[in-house]
Design a protein around this ligand. Structure first.
Ligand SMILES: Cc1ncc(COP(=O)(O)O)c(C=O)c1O
Length: 367
């Protein structure tokens, strides 16, 4: 190992994004992208902005976008921090709220101020963000049906840290798709002393959202993204809603121009055409419920989902073999090796035609 690289970086297990295949004609149900394109108004706004202005820096505070988001969420622009995808704002939170372990010179290997806490399974980026920062990780299992343990259960379990500097809750959960009630999230938030991030990347496909908690409690942030429900992965725009003090702190440490100009324009135009996107949520939910019934009929155990993907345990062969068998039939889904989910496939909800193609491929595999 070259001494030029920090040991922490040398030893780091980097985040592994889902495959973006080069092969043409694959049905891509592996990264929870939206099967429908951005609205025509969004495409027109982006195209109209591609001119000599590309030489200029974009608005450093994403002002127009934050103003529109504030109106949408019934808060002030100062309650909103926009980032290069929600991944960036999640990373900023670790840098802004958590002490690197090494700085604390305390014998205890998991001091609260240096602890990033999350449930397992959930978004696999959280432990990587903690590792990059040199923070301690506290990974606590969800219940076997992927529901949240109650505060009483967490207290009894003695692993959960109610003083952790930062706690991530993916709601609805990924990769299980399970939705959580705002009332149960509120009880958990009230019990935490540190910052709680409710990561609502998939919330537009769910029965309820917990945005009001970010506006009610000074230590709660809600993370949202334009990637999933708003067909804008390519542009990388996500944001936090929360108390002005937390938002202002993160605003100090972000890059000056963290949200690119075309991304700002695309996201702002998206908010002018919400009707189009809401119709898409409905279509995706309808396809999700169809696929759930179809795969169940074919022998899969499909978990109820409040997202744009389902987690399904396939029959006959191990899930990892199904991954390859489906790929051989030009269908890409996702498989995770983590013990709680290794028997399952995570399948993004595509168009009705893509769902039908998946059903056909499954019937072919089952013979
Ligand atoms: C739970 C969760 N949060 C955040 C993200 C990141 O989204 P973005 O594209 O906004 O960075 C993802 C993406 O897969 C996700 O699954």
């Amino acid at each position: 190992m070259t001494p030029l690289i920090r040991p922490l970086v040398h030893d780091l297990h980097a985040y592994v994004p889902g495959e973006q295949p080069k092969i043409k004609g694959l049905i891509k149900l592996n990264t929870n992208e939206n099967p429908y394109p951005p609205s025509s108004r969004v495409l027109a706004a982006v195209k109209a902005a591609v001119d000599g202005r590309l030489r200029l820096y974009p608005n450093p505070t994403a002002q127009a976008l934050r103003e529109k988001l504030a109106k949408l969420h019934g808060c002030a622009p100062d309650n909103i921090l926009v980032g290069n995808g929600s991944d960036e704002v999640l990373a900023l939170a670790v840098r802004g709220f958590v002490e690197p372990n090494s700085k604390l010179k305390i014998k205890n290997s998991k001091p609260a101020k240096a602890t990033v806490q999350y449930f397992t399974p959930s978004y696999s980026l959280y432990p990587v963000l903690a590792d990059i920062h040199g923070a301690a990780k506290n990974a606590v299992p969800l219940k076997p049906d992927f529901s949240l343990p109650s505060v009483a259960e967490l207290k009894r379990g003695k692993i959960w840290n109610f003083a952790a500097a930062l706690t991530f809750v993916t709601t609805p959960n990924a990769p299980s798709g399970r939705g959580y009630k705002t009332t149960e999230l509120e009880i958990l938030c009230r019990a935490q002393k540190g910052v709680v991030i409710l990561d609502e990347a998939y919330v537009d496909f769910a029965n309820e959202n917990a945005l009001k908690l970010a506006l009610k409690y000074p230590h709660v942030l809600v993370a949202r993204t334009f990637s999933k429900a708003y067909s804008l992965c390519f542009q990388r725009v996500g944001y936090f809603v929360g108390h002005v003090e937390l938002i202002a702190a993160l605003d100090k440490i972000r890059d000056s121009y963290n949200v690119n100009g075309l991304g700002q324009i695309a996201a702002t135009a998206t908010l002018d055409d919400l009707k189009y996107y809401r119709a898409n949520f409905k279509k995706i939910i309808t396809t999700r419920e169809w696929l759930n019934r179809e795969l169940t009929r074919l022998g899969f155990r499909v978990l109820p989902s409040q997202t744009n993907f389902i987690l399904a345990k396939p029959p006959l062969f191990p899930a990892k073999d199904w991954l390859q068998k489906l790929r051989d039939r030009k269908i890409l889904v996702r498989w995770f090796s983590a013990p709680e989910v290794r028997d399952f496939l995570r399948i993004t909800i595509g168009t009705p035609a893509e769902a039908a193609a998946l059903g056909k491929a499954v019937r072919g595999i089952l013979g």
